[in-house]
Design a protein around this ligand. Structure first.
Ligand code: CU
Length: 654
């Protein structure tokens, strides 16, 4: 808090600084946004595949669709996932729909990942933040049309996709639009066995319109509409029949050429998600359950960029209100006879507001101090608190919490070397499921989970450090972070209560462990063997334990990736291997068994040429060339991953 106040003082003193122009700021923002949503291996990727190329992200996979992103080896409850700073919450109690499943690679320009408390700008967090940045074409002095169309086929699961986007920019008006379709069948594993219920269908479209109201101010409206239909989840006892999301916003942006505040962007937003599961295609289910869910959020995000001398600051106000509802209706074989009804999310309202600030102070040409903090207020209201009171008699209907956060990091670069060291402190509130969930069946450990409205805030103490060395031809860097998390929330077996689902073996309640510790290391290296031949490698290690020294679940074993990239004229070739070591530190207590090591080999080639004015790229590649059969530590229920997959794509861009 003290640092925050000092920050404000500095800004006040340097208020007359008028150096770097707004134009420059806009250029840097654009340059950052130019980063393409494609990986080294593949130019036509899903959002999940793109995220997977980050060394900070791993995934829990319940099938081929909508992977749950883990940041710093922590589940989605511990990170803030936003779309342009907007909060949106999935409507599935079984996590079939992380926020990342509601966007598509052709309506994003970049994904901004911040580790730990550095991510607290967008809301209270422990693991960090993932902000999905939509495409937003800048105004231009001459009228310009831009467009791209991408199509392709992935042979393993017969995935066929069509992605199109178009943008228009002029002096006063800008429009961005995109449409995409993906349709995939079941995939086959490395033994050529079909993985049943792994198909999916996704439609996504987006539209953004901006109008310049005055030379330095503009208004913008945006919408995304996403539909997923007939999506199989092979690792779960049910599939998805339909999921629909409408994500809308209206914003006003004011730029300023001088003064303290250079950019001020205020956005009002609304999004609604509906989710309908389907277990009727699973013959093993003797009793059928309908488990629809709805999540509606409206909110405000207002952010300003300020420059005062050597200090750049970002100040952000967040406010949102979310209503999460999930129902459970149980039927015997005869569907006209409903036998049971319950709310697994009993109409839970979450209201959150925070004021946050990130500052970066250029102490000298070599050193910089980043520091900031936030203060959040979180309020919950459970409309049908009687469900929560079955296990927690007398549980209050309402609960409010204060969620403070602070962080600071020092960066030093001298010649070929870079160093950084930082620390953070922050609280998070329990999620709707953790606090209010009622009989949420977890098919991984086969327990029904019960929330506890009185759970304490999870409190994270974090330290991180990094060191790097680079020359023109080579670079190597290592980053470590360590989280000591008090009141770590996890499910523990309850002696009372009997399972509701005939598949479940018991009831677990969300409780707070005294503490847990999570440690992550990432090492990256690259080397230019020849001017057109580049090597890159990554090695990660993580370790996480609870207060009694037991292992936490879903922690990635030692993993590695190594790739070569060769360019020749209009062609380029890539090949890579990646794999995990044997999972030594697994957790039988949380339903894990040991996962064996594996490695896969991938290769791709592409060729670029021009058809008149149209830039064209064709690509052909294969993932898991040797058709290895494998399942990773984070594959729900040990479902096998995809075997050999030949992919091809074609992209035209104007
Ligand atoms: Cu679901």
């Amino acid at each position: 808090m003290k640092k925050l106040i000092i920050g404000f003082l500095f800004l006040g003193i340097n208020a007359n600084a008028q150096d770097s122009t707004i134009a420059l700021k806009e250029v840097t923002i654009m340059a950052r946004a130019k980063k393409k949503i494609e990986t080294e291996m593949k130019m036509a990727v899903t959002v999940d595949e793109f995220l997977a190329s980050s060394d900070q992200i791993s995934f829990i996979k319940r099938g081929a669709y909508a992977w749950e992103p883990l940041l710093n080896n922590m589940s989605t409850e511990r990170s803030v996932i936003t779309i342009d700073g907007m909060h949106i919450f999935g409507a599935c109690t079984d996590k079939m729909d992380p926020v990342t499943s509601y966007v598509e690679s052709n309506n994003l320009s970049a994904i901004d990942i911040k580790s730990g408390q550095e991510g607290s700008l967008h809301g209270a967090t422990v693991a960090g933040s993932i902000d999905l940045k939509r495409k937003s074409t800048p105004f231009s002095s001459e009228n310009k049309w831009r467009g791209a169309y991408q199509t392709g086929l992935e042979f393993n699961n017969k995935q066929f996709f069509n992605l199109g986007n178009v943008s228009y920019s002029g002096q006063r008006f800008v429009a961005d639009g995109s449409v995409s379709f993906r349709k995939a069948g079941n995939y086959t594993d490395g033994n050529r066995a079909e993985v049943n219920h792994s198909q999916y269908n996704k439609f996504n479209s987006s539209l953004g319109l901006a109008y310049k109201t005055r030379p330095l101010s503009s208004v913008r409206v945006d919408a995304i509409f996403d539909v997923a239909k007939d999506v199989g989840f092979p690792a779960l006892p049910m599939d998805l029949w339909l999921s629909r999301a409408l994500i809308t916003s209206a914003s006003y942006k004011q730029l300023s050429e001088n003064g303290l505040i250079r950019v001020w962007d205020t956005k009002l937003y609304f999004n609604a998600v509906e989710h309908y599961m389907d277990d009727t295609k699973r013959p093993e289910n003797l009793v059928h359950m309908d488990m629809p869910g709805w999540s509606t959020t409206y909110g405000l995000v207002s952010g300003a960029n300020a420059i005062a001398g050597r200090i750049h600051s970002e100040i952000q106000l967040n406010a949102y209100s979310n209503l999460s509802i999930a129902e459970m209706r149980m039927y015997p074989q005869d569907r006209s006879q409903r036998t049971m009804f319950a709310y697994s999310w009993p109409w839970v309202t979450t209201q959150f507001a925070s004021i946050a600030m990130n500052n970066s102070w250029d102490i000298s040409a070599q050193s910089r101090l980043n520091f900031g903090g936030s203060l959040g207020y979180n309020y919950n209201f459970s409309r049908y608190a009687e469900f929560n009171r079955i296990f927690h008699p007398g549980a209050p209907r309402e609960k409010s919490r204060m969620l403070p956060a602070l962080h600071a990091a020092y960066q030093l670069s001298t010649g070929h070397f870079d160093f950084s060291a930082g620390t953070g402190y922050g609280h998070r509130a329990p999620s709707v499921s953790e606090a209010y969930g009622y009989y949420i069946y977890n098919s991984f450990d086969r327990y029904d989970y019960i929330g506890d409205p009185a759970l304490k805030n999870e409190i994270s103490y974090e330290v991180n450090a990094g060191a790097g060395f680079k020359t023109g031809k080579a670079a190597i860097e290592a980053r470590v972070n360590y989280f000591y998390i008090r009141n770590y929330i996890i499910g523990r077996i309850l002696s009372l209560g009997s399972p509701m689902n005939y598949q479940s073996v018991g009831v677990k309640g969300y409780t707070s462990l005294d503490h847990a510790r999570i440690f992550n290391v990432v090492m990256n290296a690259r080397y230019d063997i020849l001017p057109h031949l580049h090597w890159k490698g990554t090695l990660t290690y993580a370790r996480a334990t609870d207060n009694r020294g037991g292992n936490l679940p879903f922690i990635r074993p030692v993993s590695y990736q190594s790739s070569l990239h060769f360019m020749h004229r209009n062609m380029s070739f890539r090949t890579s291997v990646n794999g995990d070591f044997t999972q030594k530190n697994y957790s039988p207590e949380y339903g894990e068994d040991q996962t064996a090591d594996y490695w896969v080999w991938n290769a791709s080639a592409d060729y670029s040429f021009r058809l008149k004015n149209v830039r064209t790229v064709v690509q052909l590649g294969a993932e898991n060339l040797l058709d290895a059969w494998y399942s990773t530590y984070a594959d729900w229920g040990n479902i096998p991953r995809m075997g050999r997959n030949i992919f091809t794509s074609l992209k035209f861009s104007l």
